[in-house]
Design a binder for this molecule. Structure first.
Ligand code: ADP
Ligand code: MG
Length: 332
C-alpha cells in the first residue's frame, strides 16, 4: 500500500507538485494521467525514493520512504521515464548487475533473471547487445529490471511513450499481465492509455490532484452536463414556452432553422440523462409540437480530462509531444 500525504515539491521557486494526498491499495493498476509538465515524473521520483520532497510524507507498506528508505525501496520496482540501460551489455548481463545491486542472493540470480526474462518476453534477445535492440525490446528490458527482486509495487513512468503502435499493444498486454499479481502505477499523458488499462485514474494538472476514481465513475461524475439537441417543427417562442414547463433544465438556446423549424440546445445538470430526455419528449408531445430530431451528448472520460486539466497545459502537450499523439491516432 502506498500512502502519500500533503506531498509538495518545489524546484527553486517553481512548484512542480502541490499538496498531493492519495492512498493506493495493493493489487490494482493505477494511472497517473496529466499533460506534460503536470508533475507526474516528479511524483514518481519521490514515491520511489529517487528525489527528496520539499514537504509531505510517503509511506510504502508502512515504511517511510525518507526515514526507512531501504525497506520502503525494496518493495518498489521503478521504470523511470529515461530507463537506465547500459547499452554496451546484454539484457542478461544488465539484469544480473541490477540483481546484485538489489542484493538478490548470488545463487538465485540466474534463475530469477531467467524467470523475469520469460515474463517480459526478452529471452530471445537475452545475449544481444542492448544497443542493437528495438525500442520495444529496450522497454521490455526496462520493465524487466523493475521486476528484479520481486517487488510488490511496480511504478512505470510513461511506459509506452515513443513506441510504435504494435509495440504499444504488446507493452500494454505485458502491463495488464503484471497487474494480476502486482500493484502498478503508470503515468501517461494519453487518456486512452489509462482508460483501457487502469482500475483507477488520478488526474493531475499543474502539480495538483484533480480527481481520483475509476474511469467509469469519473465519466459518470461529469455526466452532470448532459446536452440535448433537438430540431423542432415550430418557432422559437413555442419551444421556449413548452420547455419552461420541464424541470431540471439549466439552459435553453434556440435558433431558427429553415421552414419554420427551430434548432434547440438544452443543458441539464441532471445525472439521469434518460429521465431528462423523456421529460423533454413528452412535453413536446403533449403540446402537439413534433420533434424531428433528438440527440444527446454523452460525457466520456475525454471530456472529464479536458475539463479538469486546463487548456493552456493541454496545448503544451500537443506541441511538445506531437510524436506520441500521432501514434495514438494511428492506433484508434
Ligand atoms: P510530467 O512528468 O508530468 O511531464 P514533471 O514532473 O517532469 O512533469 O515536471 C513538473 C514541472 O516541474 C514542470 O514544470 C517541469 O518543468 C518542472 N521540473 C521538472 N524537473 C525539474 C528540475 N529538475 N528542475 C527544475 N524544474 C523541473
Ligand atoms: Mg514525465
Amino acid at each position: 500500500m502506498i500512502e502519500v500525504q500533503h506531498l509538495t515539491k518545489a524546484y527553486g521557486n517553481q512548484i512542480a507538485v502541490e499538496d498531493l494526498s492519495f492512498t493506493i491499495p495493493n493489487g490494482q493498476i493505477y494511472g497517473l494521467l496529466g499533460p506534460n509538465g503536470a508533475g507526474k515524473s516528479t511524483t514518481m521520483n519521490i514515491l520511489t525514493g529517487c528525489l527528496a520532497a520539499t514537504e509531505g510524507e510517503v509511506h510504502i507498506d508502512g515504511y517511510d520512504i525518507f526515514e526507512d528508505a531501504e525497506k520502503a525501496k525494496s518493495r518498489i520496482g521503478y521504470l523511470p521515464e529515461q530507463p537506465p540501460l547500459y547499452l554496451d551489455c546484454t539484457p542478461r548481463e544488465y539484469l544480473t548487475f541490477v540483481a546484485r545491486a538489489k542484493k538478490v542472493p548470488e545463487r538465485e540470480i540466474s534463475m530469477h533473471i531467467l524467470d523475469i526474462m520469460e515474463k517480459t518476453g526478452v529471452e530471445d534477445v537475452a545475449d544481444r547487445l542492448m544497443k542493437n535492440l528495438s525500442k520495444g525490446y529496450k522497454q521490455r528490458v526496462g520493465i524487466a529490471q523493475a521486476l528484479v527482486g520481486d517487488p510488490e509495487i511496480i511504478i512505470l513512468d510513461e511506459p509506452t511513450s515513443g513506441l510504435d503502435p504494435q509495440q504499444i499493444i504488446e507493452i500494454r498486454d505485458l502491463i495488464r499481465d503484471l497487474g494480476t499479481d502486482h500493484t502498478i502505477i503508470l503515468s501517461s499523458h494519453i487518456l486512452s492509455e489509462v482508460e483501457n488499462l487502469c482500475d483507477n485514474v488520478m488526474i493531475i494538472s499543474r502539480g495538483r490532484l484533480m480527481a481520483c476514481d475509476s474511469p467509469a465513475n469519473l465519466a459518470e461524475m461529469f455526466r452532470g452536463t448532459t446536452t440535448i439537441r433537438l430540431i423542432v417543427d415550430g418557432d422559437g417562442e413555442t419551444v421556449q414556452k413548452i420547455l419552461e414547463g420541464v424541470d431540471g433544465l439549466t439552459g435553453i438556446e434556440t435558433a431558427p432553422e429553415k421552414e419554420g423549424r427551430t434548432a434547440v440546445r438544452i443543458d441539464s445538470d441532471s445525472r439521469d440523462s434518460d429521465e431528462i430526455s423523456k421529460n423533454v419528449f413528452f412535453a413536446f408531445s403533449q403540446a402537439g409540437t413534433p420533434v424531428l430530431q433528438m440527440t444527446m451528448d454523452h460525457v466520456d472520460l475525454e471530456d472529464v480530462f479536458v475539463e479538469l486539466t486546463d487548456q493552456e497545459s493541454l496545448d503544451e502537450t500537443k506541441t511538445s509531444n506531437s510524436n506520441s499523439e500521432t501514434e495514438e491516432e494511428e492506433l484508434s
